[in-house]
Design a protein around this ligand. Structure first.
Ligand SMILES: Nc1nc2c(c(=O)[nH]1)N[C@H]1C(S)=C(S)[C@@H](COP(=O)(O)OP(=O)(O)OC[C@H]3O[C@@H](n4cnc5c(=O)[nH]c(N)nc54)[C@H](O)[C@@H]3O)O[C@H]1N2
Ligand SMILES: Nc1nc2c(c(=O)[nH]1)N[C@H]1C(S)=C(S)[C@@H](COP(=O)(O)OP(=O)(O)OC[C@H]3O[C@@H](n4cnc5c(=O)[nH]c(N)nc54)[C@H](O)[C@@H]3O)O[C@H]1N2
Ligand SMILES: [Mo]
Length: 781
């Protein structure tokens, strides 16, 4: 086997090759060391993010050599309060490997493997072999195991509630009725949280053909009417003629309950379907009709909660029952306190309408959250690196990481069980940025001072890297050979190396090999293979799995030579829960009753004080109806960025061009700006009692009054590095968000439930330093 470009002798002489990212496939060309990316010719809606990838690769923020925090090098764990503020010492790879292996062995010996935290959440990069988490899991499991995390920041509340009431997440996410089918059949598409096409730039592992924007335009030009139920009009701009219901954030459950009330009160519900395909209708009806609290959940009841007129709610319910209706909930709705409830209630509404399993009808749990949802492609996921099993079974729900570090031995509930937080001494991360993604960064800084050692493999000096003790520089996808492939995606891609690594960066595989050599398990980790040999082995392993879908993959050499494989699409439309609809007895659901559970006796049995057995309206602690809104009168939404992937390539041109005075843009309604004497382009201070950040103001009528919105992902840039409570100069919303579980059922990320105040920033504007490397010092003799 000969891999083109694999030979380091070919320095600078790379040929044209394809490369794949989470946001698209590009043709890559290296001219004199500079990589140029051109969107794949077939892509009808390519993402602009390629510009950031090329300009960001060798920017100042790139990590060029292994680096150890100066205090850690000198006095180890005793210096941990120096995290995030001390300079670094660059060291040769051998020394970095020795130090890393020493601490892993020392902590394991002293405290055992239950003191390692390897939750290491993050999106890393496309490419199946060099996928950072896969490499990391394989390595860290061979040390004897580690405390892991379950669920994701994206979807924890949904992942926990949906299997109890309808079906496991994987089944639903792969089973979405495809866009072509919707275009043909859907008459009314109600989009809670909108259908923001910018979110469909992205798909984990690859988004090789962007189809959603075109699908939305086609549907709107055809028979589909869209209703955007969202605080932001910008959440649905690709469907001409779309109606906007500017709902108050966090109140969707109230609106859905009132819609259900009208359907039942006006006898518009499908009694036969409810009878044959669900359980628990009586309890839902009793709640809606006030059996216990004497309160009918009428449109007039919901109107002051969700701030949508009662008449509009009634009319919408009638329209829903009139034709083929799709009800979709964006993932943002469940990244909130009580975020399980709008998900459950969306399913229940669809049951009342009785269109589940029919073309164009039913419910969706994430159309337009990513490119893959509704793509109608096969759920064939391609090559995968065997990761072994983790001998340690202790886990945390992923977003409870600060709580774990702060409360060793403390208890928490999750999905009906009761568990204990472990005592973590060593935290290792690979392919994620916790100082981007976790809520309440000031609490995180405090928690982050607890472990004895923090290690990271990273390509860039992100805030997480700057808060680490040991920093090991990783290559980017352009600098290594790999195979791009993702479930529900169109192409499999031979991702050929098109550039030399920057500085002394190494592949995660080589980094883990170096540490494993010192820990004595390099042979088990590598199985005697180079990265290139692994590619062929993993490719061969996935060929029989492709055959299950009737896909015949070419031999490896041919695939590698041709650079691409266009996976055939299924011949039939995908329709969610179609077989369950046709025959619930032969195709039962995996719920206790085998049917959809409008009410869950299992959840009732968990006896959770904050979680009901039937969806109910429960006021979140932070929303515009809370007493706290008197002090912090604006609801802060932190949505996904159009200019980057989370925090990735915030230092790239596309993201930086969007900043205002160097700060991340924050959108506010004109009425709120006027009362505060603020104007478009001002630098503002966004704050509450948890923290504060600066942002650049965008005044717009596309956001409802009382709500401000900022994208996630601006690199946290503390005014006083390492200090708790200091101002973030740049605009990371997590400086002020709440670090609470969505509920004691799922413990999911609840970032969207946050109240703030905004004022003009009057001080001298501090320069942005986020994209500069830390200070380096020479090693003390
Ligand atoms: N306030 C608020 N916070 C949120 C959210 C929200 O809505 N509001 N959303 C949450 C959600 S849904 C998510 S998914 C998370 C996302 O949070 P993360 O997934 O942590 O964010 P990324 O910026 O994608 O971080 C990936 C990191 O991996 C690095 N990386 C890339 N490739 C490689 C590689 O090959 N090797 C190594 N070693 N490193 C690599 C990148 O440089 C980057 O720093 O954020 C969450 N946080
Ligand atoms: N370009 C790009 N695309 C991405 C990502 C990215 O970083 N960049 N990240 C990807 C990831 S990891 C994920 S998890 C998905 C996330 O997908 P989502 O969670 O759906 O995305 P968001 O942009 O957070 O939210 C969509 C919209 O929901 C609205 N919203 C917020 N709260 C409420 C509410 O209480 N009620 C209603 N009705 N609407 C509300 C907001 O106005 C917001 O713009 O996106 C993916 N797509
Ligand atoms: Mo996510």
């Amino acid at each position: 086997m000969e891999l083109r470009n694999a030979d380091p002798q070919q320095r600078g002489e790379y040929g044209m090759a394809y490369t794949s990212t989470h946001w698209g496939v590009y043709e890559a060309k290296n001219t004199g060391g500079t990589v140029e990316l051109t969107p794949a010719p077939w892509d009808r809606d390519p993402s602009p993010l390629s510009r950031s990838l090329t300009s960001g690769r060798d920017a100042a923020a790139r990590i060029r050599r292994p680096a150890i925090r100066a205090g850690f090098l000198k006095s180890g764990a005793a210096s941990r309060e120096g995290r995030g503020r001390e300079p670094f010492v660059e060291v040769p790879w051998d020394e970095a490997f020795d130090i890393t292996a020493h601490h892993i062995a020392r902590v394991r010996e002293q405290y055992g493997n239950e003191s390692f935290y390897g939750g290491s959440y993050g999106w890393s990069s496309a490419g199946r072999f060099h996928h950072a988490q896969s490499q990391f899991n394989r390595f860290f499991r061979l040390t004897g195991g580690y405390v892991d995390s379950v669920d994701s920041y994206s979807l924890a509340a949904a992942r926990v509630i949906l299997p109890h009431v309808v079906a496991p997440w994987g089944e639903l996410s792969q089973g979405h009725t495809d866009w072509n089918n919707l275009a043909e059949h859907t008459e009314l598409f109600i989009a809670f949280g909108g259908l923001p096409a910018k979110n469909t730039q992205v798909n984990p592992g690859g988004a090789s053909d962007h189809v959603v924007r075109e699908a939305l335009r086609r549907m709107a030009a055809g028979k589909t009417q869209f209703v955007n139920v969202s605080p932001s009009r910008s959440d649905l701009t690709d469907a001409e003629g779309c109606e906007w219901l500017p709902i108050r954030p966090g109140s969707d459950t109230a609106l859905m309950l009132a819609l259900a009330y009208v359907l039942i009160a006006e006898d518009l519900h499908d009694r036969a379907f409810i009878e044959s395909h669900s359980v628990g209708f009586e309890q839902l009806r009793d709640y809606l009709f006030g059996a216990a609290d004497n309160q009918h959940k009428t449109p007039a009841w919901a109107a002051p909660l969700c701030d949508i007129p009662a008449d509009t709610i009634t009319a919408l319910a009638r329209r829903m029952a009139k034709g083929r209706t799709m009800i979709n909930v964006a993932w943002s709705l469940q990244r909130a306190e009580n975020g399980e409830l709008p998900y459950w209630m969306a399913v229940n509404l669809a049951v009342l309408l009785g269109q589940i399993g029919l073309p164009g009808g039913g419910f969706g749990v994430g159309y337009a959250c990513m490119q893959s949802v509704g793509s109608g492609r096969f759920p064939f996921s391609g090559p995968r690196l065997p990761q072994g099993t983790n001998p340690v079974t202790t886990f945390i729900p992923v977003a409870r990481v600060s709580d774990m570090l702060l409360n060793p031995g403390g208890s928490f509930t999750y999905d009906g069980g009761s568990f204990t937080y472990p005592d973590i001494k060593l935290v290792y991360w690979c392919g994620g940025n916790i100082f981007h993604h976790h809520q309440d960064l000031n609490k995180l800084i405090e928690a982050w001072r607890r472990p004895e050692v923090t290690i990271i493999n990273e390509s860039f000096w992100t805030p997480h890297a700057k808060f680490s003790d040991i920093v090991l520089p990783a290559t980017t996808t352009l600098e290594r050979n790999d195979i791009g492939s993702a479930s529900l995606d169109r192409f499999m891609v031979a991702m050929k190396r098109v550039a030399d690594p920057v500085g002394e960066a190494r592949d995660d595989y080589d980094i883990f090999s170096g540490i494993a050599e010192r820990l004595g398990f390099a042979e088990q980790l590598r199985e005697g293979r180079t990265a290139e040999q692994w590619l062929e082995v993993l490719y061969e392993e996935c060929r029989p799995r492709a055959e299950v879908f009737g896909i015949t993959l070419p031999p490896f050499d041919q695939f590698w030579e041709e650079g691409l494989f266009d996976l055939p699409a299924p011949e039939q439309d995908t329709i969610m829960l179609e077989s369950f609809r046709k025959d619930p007895e032969d195709f039962p659901l995996n719920t206790p009753s085998g049917l959809i559970e409008l009410t869950s006796t299992k959840i009732a049995g968990f006896h959770l004080p904050d979680f009901p057995a039937t969806p109910e309206w429960r006021e979140p602690r932070e929303w515009l109806g809370a007493p706290r809104a008197e002090t912090y009168p604006l609801h802060l939404l932190s949505n996904q960025p159009s200019t980057r992937l989370h925090s990735q390539y915030d230092h790239g041109v596309v993201s930086r061009e969007s900043k205002i005075n160097g700060r991340e843009p924050l959108t506010m309604n004109l009425a709120d700006a006027t009362t505060r004497g603020l104007a478009h382009g001002d630098v503002v201070r966004v704050f509450n009692d948890r923290g504060a950040f600066l942002a650049g103001l965008v005044v717009s009528d596309a956001i409802r009054p009382g709500v401000v919105q900022i994208a996630t992902g601006a690199w946290y840039d503390p005014l006083v590095p390492g200090e708790i409570g200091t101002l973030d100069k740049h605009g990371n919303p997590n400086a002020v968000t709440q670090d609470i579980g969505a509920s004691s059922l799922s413990q999911g990320c609840a970032a969207q439930s946050a109240l703030v105040q905004v004022e003009r920033f009057t001080g001298e504007l501090p320069p942005i330093t986020a994209f500069q490397p830390p200070q380096f010092v020479a090693k003390e003799p």
